[in-house]
Design a protein around this ligand. Structure first.
Ligand code: ADP
Length: 249
């Protein structure tokens, strides 16, 4: 079988300090996978290295059997909300339309058709009425929805999302979950850095537990175990016990 995401032997170091060590991850098409692990575990680094934004010391990444450079147009990335300058003077529609630049090429300006697509993506995340709003005037949850629309408009096959649920209210969380389910229904593959261990089993098919090394990855039912969580999170297991209590109740 050809994997949608196939990461092999990935090692990344910042100034000689390894932050990812010999990590493998294979994800089949149409799977929603959560990437979990403590702060500093290398989750963002894994995504950035997969997208060629950081050069790994070793390893390879194939997206649907080909190097990322050949698959750019079929991969969408939702970065962490905090990694972006939201004071930049631009409006919501522009941010979403910019998601199409990879497809259009830098020299073709977006036209009417692209704007229609961008508005459609905004309506999918319930943000169409904000199309002309300056991005500096959005709430955190609205910013997150705009980012998702920007990824949706690319109509990619593989999505990498870095903490899309961070700081959003319950309504936006539900909207994002619905959107993930819709992507899966369309056969898309979505890898999501996720912090809320309580919702991993409910929202995702598979999980990767990461702490510099890959601790485990695979179906939530077999891999999201107390033992794997203890190995991943070390001594900080109070919430892990709460989790397993919930699972067995
Ligand atoms: P996570 O997403 O799991 O919280 P990151 O991938 O952001 O972890 O970071 C992994 C480790 O790499 C951390 O120890 C972090 O401090 C370090 N790191 C991240 N980016 C850089 C950078 N640009 N330069 C040096 N160290 C970095």
């Amino acid at each position: 079988m050809e994997f949608a995401i196939d990461i092999r032997d990935m090692t990344v170091a910042y100034r000689d300090k390894p932050v990812l060590w010999d990590v493998d991850l294979q994800v089949a098409p149409g799977v929603l996978i959560a990437i979990v692990g403590p702060n500093g575990a290398g989750k963002t680094t894994l995504i950035k290295a997969s997208l060629g934004l950081i050069k790994p010391a070793a390893g390879s990444v194939l997206i649907h059997g080909k190097p990322y450079a050949q698959q750019r147009k079929s991969v969408a990335y939702v970065p962490q909300r905090g990694s972006v300058d939201w004071d930049f003077p631009t409006d919501v529609l522009d941010v979403v339309t910019m998601g199409l630049y990879g497809k259009l090429g830098w020299f073709k300006r977006p036209g009417k058709e692209e704007r229609v697509d961008a508005l459609k993506a905004l309506s999918q995340v319930g943000m169409e009425e904000f199309a002309n709003r300056q991005i500096s005037q959005l709430s955190g949850g609205q910013q997150q929805r705009v980012f998702l629309a920007r990824a949706l408009v690319q109509n990619a096959d593989v999505y990498f999302m870095d903490e899309p649920f961070q700081g959003v209210d319950a309504t936006t969380e539900r909207a994002i979950v619905d959107l993930l389910q819709n992507l899966r229904k369309q056969g898309k593959t979505v890898a999501v850095v996720h912090h809320d261990l309580q919702t991993v089993s409910e929202y995702f098919d598979e999980v990767m537990l990461l702490n510099v090394r890959r601790i485990a990855s695979g179906p939530v039912g077999s891999e999201f175990t107390e033992e794997n969580l203890r190995t991943t999170y070390g001594g900080r297991v109070a919430f892990v016990s709460a989790l397993s209590a919930k699972q067995t109740s």
